[in-house]
Design a protein around this ligand. Structure first.
Ligand code: PMP
Length: 407
């Protein structure tokens, strides 16, 4: 059965507004998704009824808040099919999750002359933390090249992989182009040389079924706000045996077993990596986002988004002056493009005037843009609440803008 998009739209209050006198068309979902009313209610409900610090209170509210917080951990565990909930760590976002791995696993296990592999497609948050580590440790960052259509070149990856490779940190689905990387194959090949693999799942987890046990990745990083959940909350999944070997990230309350002035012993996972009072309200509300996704089923969400992407391509490819960017075979619902002779920012402004929200620029992937010889792109990214009629409005807007320059 296909999804009832009209009723899904009814769950998102923010969608029902006008921008510059036109109905809002929100196509900036790869940056952040909108939140259903149930998530907003969950946040308010927590502050109205349960607000309390967790894991240490001897009273009913603290008990409840702790239970709800840990419930979300279990829901995330099931969402990505992890073996146990202790393998789920709450962070501030994908960025913090990757930094955590670079600063703990990296500092302990990566040394002088060791190699870290990333791809040309990476978001800055999967580049800079590794550069910082390489600088400190005299390790070497190597980059897997891509084709002009935005796919990693397998033979080049194989050439770069060696026993010196200690970490392969790669994006599962590109935020700038939508390319889905063949991560299962990458993980298997990396494990053969003894490297660990971190998947940047910021864009994949909202569109694809991600089963960390099947994939056998060592780490998965993602952000709640791209999954119809609150901002300021991220997840790091790690295999128990790897997490246990890693030193803590931040020091403070909660992450300890016992503190004396002479020596501190650390808590078990996941608490070893969750120092201080966490983002309790957002963690609790995130369960509601995951319930929302599960109630729709990811396969149906993906099917709807694929249909939107195919329709967008069908309408826009024939437009004179429309230049698609990133034409990989396997993609999530990201349409990156330029209009001949126009700066992406100007295109974005003109679409905004029509009530259409897109992103323009380098999408935090400056090296990728450089590889493609572009200053930036216009990016329309689709979510479950988007409709074919919104795609038609986008195509109409793009056509008009392109006609100005490409008569
Ligand atoms: N990686 C990718 C592929 C992303 O799309 C993003 C967000 N744009 C990030 C990492 C960083 O996520 P956050 O800003 O939520 O930490």
């Amino acid at each position: 059965m296909s999804l009832n998009i009209a009723s899904i739209r009814g769950l998102f209050p923010v969608l029902h507004q006008e921008v510059h006198g036109r109905p809002l068309i929100y196509f900036d979902n790869a940056a952040t998704t909108q939140k259903p009313q149930s998530v907003l209610d969950s946040l308010t409900n927590y502050y109205e009824h349960d607000n309390s610090n967790i894991h240490r209170g001897a009273h009913a509210l603290a008990d409840r808040a702790t239970r709800y917080y840990e419930n979300t951990r279990e829901t995330v565990q099931k969402f990505i099919q992890a073996k146990e909930s202790a393998e789920i760590i709450f962070t501030k976002g994908t960025t913090e999750s990757i930094n955590l791995v670079a600063q703990t696993f990296g500092r302990k296990f990566i040394g002088k002359g060791d190699e870290i592999l990333i791809s040309t497609l990476e978001h800055h948050s999967n580049i800079v933390p590794w550069q910082m580590l390489c600088e400190e440790k005299e390790a070497i960052l190597k980059v897997i090249p891509i084709t002009d259509s935005g796919e990693v070149i397998w033979e080049e990856f194989e050439k770069l992989l060696s026993p010196k490779t200690k970490m392969v940190s790669i994006v599962h689905a590109s935020n700038a182009l939508g390319t889905i990387n063949p991560v299962k194959k990458i993980i298997d090949a990396a494990h053969e040389v003894g490297a660990k693999v971190l998947l940047d799942g910021a864009q994949s987890t909202s569109h694809l079924e991600v089963n960390v046990q099947d994939l056998d990745c060592d780490f998965l990083a993602f952000s709640a706000h791209k999954l119809y959940g609150p901002t300021g909350l991220g997840i790091l999944y790690g295999k128990r045996e790897v997490l246990e070997e890693m030193p803590p990230f931040l020091g403070g309350g909660e992450m300890i077993k016992e503190v004396t002035f002479e020596k501190t012993t650390y808590n078990d996972i996941p608490f070893k990596f969750e120092a201080g009072t966490p983002n309790i309200a957002d963690v609790i509300a995130f369960k509601t986002s995951l319930d929302f996704i599960q109630s729709l089923k990811k396969s149906r969400i993906k099917a709807h988004e694929d249909e939107l992407l195919a329709y967008a391509n069908e309408l826009m490819l024939p437009i004179k002056g429309f230049i698609p960017v990133g034409t990989a075979e396997e993609k999530v619902s990201v349409l990156s493009f330029n209009i001949q002779g126009m700066h992406p920012f100007d295109v974005g402004q003109m679409l905004d005037a029509r009530g259409i929200a897109v992103r323009t620029g380098h999408h935090c992937t400056q090296p990728l843009m450089k590889r493609l010889g572009l200053e930036g792109t216009v990016r329309a990214s689709f979510a479950v609440y988007n409709t074919k009629s919104e795609i038609e409005s986008l195509a109409e807007g793009v056509e008009r803008i392109a006609r100005l320059k490409n008569k």
